[in-house]
Design a protein around this ligand. Structure first.
Ligand SMILES: Nc1ncnc2c1ncn2[C@@H]1O[C@H](COP(=O)(O)OP(=O)(O)OP(=O)(O)O)[C@@H](O)[C@H]1O
Ligand SMILES: [Mg+2]
Length: 249
């Protein structure tokens, strides 16, 4: 049973760009019925906008991190606010969860710089505690994919994990390793994941709920029905056919 069970949005008429996002502007009643939920859809369809709104409502800093990072006001108040958050209502299954992490691949570099600043300011004991949370080395001293996976392996345990394109830095083998982290926490019943992704591999995670964002709003789908899966599969079956088509002009 997921901690967060429902996300609601009313019809938005606030005059902002939110009104122009078709997947979100009709209002929304989103049921989260499994521990792993994916948001999938075309670029610009509104996935990050909704994730940010949910993350802000959960109390996470929009620059990424857990709730403690949000308590550091210098980190939080730098113009990073979700215009959608004030419209969103969250319904929790039993109790509101404070633990977890908001991670977006897009700004992970800035997050890693922030972690380095924390390390520089910390005393020896705290330094070790912070480094241990990233596998013993600053995220900047690891490759892009290594730093993602060390975050998943060392920080993810008990809580709600809101992730925007976590696959961005991962090789196919590391995507499988990441799926095994998800599986362990999913089965433990201690974690819930809400993930925006373009990865056809990740979408195949067994038992996940997949919401497709498009011009008609948001609807539940299966991984086999997503364009990410069908187009990638068809392309890889015969790359030459697609590439001939692209270059035959
Ligand atoms: N600050 C802003 N001002 C105006 N429009 C914005 C702003 N931020 C986002 N948008 C628009 O909102 C829409 C949804 O953007 P969003 O980032 O949520 O898409 P997405 O589904 O996450 O796309 P992607 O797969 O490329 O990450 C886009 O059309 C984008 O141009
Ligand atoms: Mg996005």
């Amino acid at each position: 049973m997921p901690f967060l069970s429902r996300v609601s949005l009313p019809l938005i008429q606030d005059g902002s760009y939110l009104q122009n996002i078709p997947s979100l502007n009709h209002g929304l009643q989103l049921s989260l019925t499994s521990n792993v939920t994916f948001f999938v859809g075309e670029n610009g369809s509104g996935k990050s906008t909704l994730l940010e709104g949910i993350a802000e409502q959960c109390g996470f800093s929009l620059r990424g991190g857990n709730r403690n990072h949000n308590l550091n006001t210098g980190y939080r108040f730098e113009g990073y606010e979700s215009p959608l958050a004030k419209h969103i209502s969250l319904i929790w299954s039993s109790r509101r969860i404070n633990e977890g992490f908001f991670m977006r691949a897009e700004s992970f570099f800035n997050f890693a710089t922030y972690i380095d600043e924390l390390i520089a300011e910390a005393d020896i004991r705290d330094k070790k505690r912070i480094l241990d949370a990233y596998g013993g080395r600053s995220p900047h001293e690891q490759s892009h994919g290594e730093s993602f996976l060390s975050l998943f392996n060392n920080q993810f345990d008990n809580g709600i994990y809101i992730l925007d394109e976590p696959e961005a830095a991962l090789s196919p083998a590391r995507i499988l390793a990441f799926m095994s982290v998800i599986h362990e926490l999913d089965k433990s019943g201690r974690a819930q994941f809400i993930i925006a992704t373009h990865s056809p591999m990740l979408l195949c995670y067994p038992g996940a709920t997949i919401y497709q964002f498009d011009d008609n709003g948001m609807g539940e789908t299966s991984y086999e029905e997503t364009e990410h899966f069908t187009l990638t599969k068809s392309f890889l079956n015969n790359p030459g056919a697609y590439l001939r088509h692209l270059t035959d002009h």
